[in-house]
Design a binder for this molecule. Structure first.
Ligand SMILES: Cc1cc2nc3c(=O)[nH]c(=O)nc-3n(C[C@H](O)[C@H](O)[C@H](O)COP(=O)(O)OP(=O)(O)OC[C@H]3O[C@@H](n4cnc5c(N)ncnc54)[C@H](O)[C@@H]3O)c2cc1C
Length: 399
């Protein structure tokens, strides 16, 4: 794209979407589909890679399983949206520019900030130097290579959240000769209904995963992890899934962020400090009546769609509507043949209803496979992406 093309004309409204994860893709496709025939709006999507990273499958990639190669430029074909491959190095929220690592400068009138989150390398000493993470497909492929070469030994997975549980189960199932240890502050499945949590723990035990759910890992060493009490657990491989942080770019740009670096938004998903910036997905701190949303794909895609719809409304001189979202499930894979699907209230608290076994595994696979075809449908029928549970009384603001 030439500098002249990029700058557009004085009457062109330039929307720049940063990050083609689940949320940024939803924003770019939804917006492009809605403004497709207009020549006064230009949509540009920036992402580090051309390949769409299915984060929901990174534990599969990390265990050497083939996943589809999904091309972002191909998906955008016919929508009118442009794709720029590059690593964003700076946002200037006053000048409304974004710098890419090859020193290109992109200008915007409206920015959609969707750069996601990554494992916090500063969580404890040694993570950056001695632990694997599941932040990108490349990270997962590195781990896959290491596991394939290992033969025997101990893999320590740190973090008993859903990513840690799914990864430990997957590694144990694919590599039964390895000892897999899962460590974290809480029991795995602690946030689920007691019976669903018990099922999850028994499935981990069946796969041979050794679980310690009340430990504090304070450092990662070349061949071990150190616990708060001074104990060391030997490890040939450490996978770190404890704690996430977001890109420092938003804070550096002067946007108001929370303690984890997420962009603080108003009810319509605009930055509270810079209303020409919308924040979506894991990179945003979005408050609902029940609290600040936590990062998920189920909530991230609606934020992208809502931001796109709000931008179209604003361009038409209408006020953007408040964003409302209620959770409805927590699907957790336990290898390829087992899973737990915990159905939830809109505030993410567990209901009594849950699925287990092969039915749950099929449900989880359906959910995991659904985003890409959803984007394809949105290209033709943008409204098809605009259905999600709004949360009823859990998100309705009192008057
Ligand atoms: C193993 C695993 C399993 C999961 N399972 C589930 C699940 O079952 N259900 C669920 O709801 N959630 C699940 N999640 C969480 C879910 O993946 C995230 O909440 C979701 O990916 C957030 O979407 P996002 O678009 O905000 O960010 P991301 O998907 O992380 O996308 C961010 C994009 O921005 C790009 N990017 C970042 N920084 C830059 C930069 N400086 N320049 C250019 N590009 C950049 C990245 O390359 C990426 O493409 C899981 C996560 C993992 C790791």
């Amino acid at each position: 794209m030439s500098e002249r093309q990029e700058a557009g004309t004085a009457t062109t409204h330039r929307v720049l979407v940063l990050g083609a994860g689940y949320a940024g893709m939803a924003a770019a496709v939804q917006l492009a589909a809605r403004v497709g025939r207009r020549d006064d709006v230009r949509v540009t999507l920036v992402n580090a890679q051309e390949r769409f990273t299915e984060r929901l499958r990174l534990h599969m990639t990390a265990t050497g399983q083939r996943v589809d190669q999904l091309s972002i430029p191909q998906l955008l074909e016919g929508t009118g949206a442009r794709f720029v491959r590059g690593w964003v190095t700076a946002v200037d929220a006053d000048a409304r520019t974004v710098r890419i690592d090859d020193d290109r400068m992109l200008h915007y009138d409206t920015l959609v900030y969707g750069l996601g989150g990554v494992a916090d390398p500063a969580a404890v000493p040694g993570v950056e130097d001695h632990a694997f993470t599941l932040d990108s497909a490349q990270d997962a492929e590195l781990l896959a290579g290491r596991l394939a070469r290992l033969g025997s030994g101990t893999v320590v997975v740190v973090g008993t959240g859903l990513t840690g549980v799914e990864s430990a189960a997957e590694i144990a199932e694919r590599y039964p000769k390895l000892t897999v240890v899962l460590l974290g502050r809480d029991e795995p499945g602690a946030a689920m209904h007691p019976k669903a949590g018990a099922y999850l723990r028994s499935a981990l035990a069946r796969l041979g995963v050794e679980v310690s759910g009340a430990v504090e890992v304070v450092k990662v060493l070349p061949h071990a992890v150190g616990l708060a009490g001074g104990e060391r657990i030997a490890a040939d491989v450490v996978l770190w899934t404890g704690g996430t942080r977001t890109s420092p770019l938003a804070a550096a740009a002067g946007l108001t962020v929370d303690e984890r670096g997420r962009v603080v938004t108003d009810a319509t998903l605009r930055s509270v400090s810079h209303p020409d910036v919308y924040a979506v997905g894991d990179a945003a701190a979005i408050r609902q009546r029940y609290g600040v949303m936590h990062g998920t794909c189920q909530g991230g895609m609606p934020t992208g769609v809502h931001a796109a719809v709000s931008i179209v409304r604003a361009l038409a001189g209408k006020r953007p509507r408040p964003f409302r979202f209620g959770y409805y499930h927590t699907p957790v894979s336990l290898g390829r043949h087992d899973a737990v699907v915990q159905f939830t209230r809109p505030d993410d608290s567990p209901r009594r209803v849950y699925l287990t076994g092969r039915t749950a595994a099929r449900y989880k696979e359906t959910v995991t496979a659904s985003p890409w075809p959803t984007y394809g449908r949105m290209k033709k029928a943008p409204a098809s992406g605009a259905f999600w549970p709004r949360g009823g009384r859990f998100t309705r603001e009192e008057r």
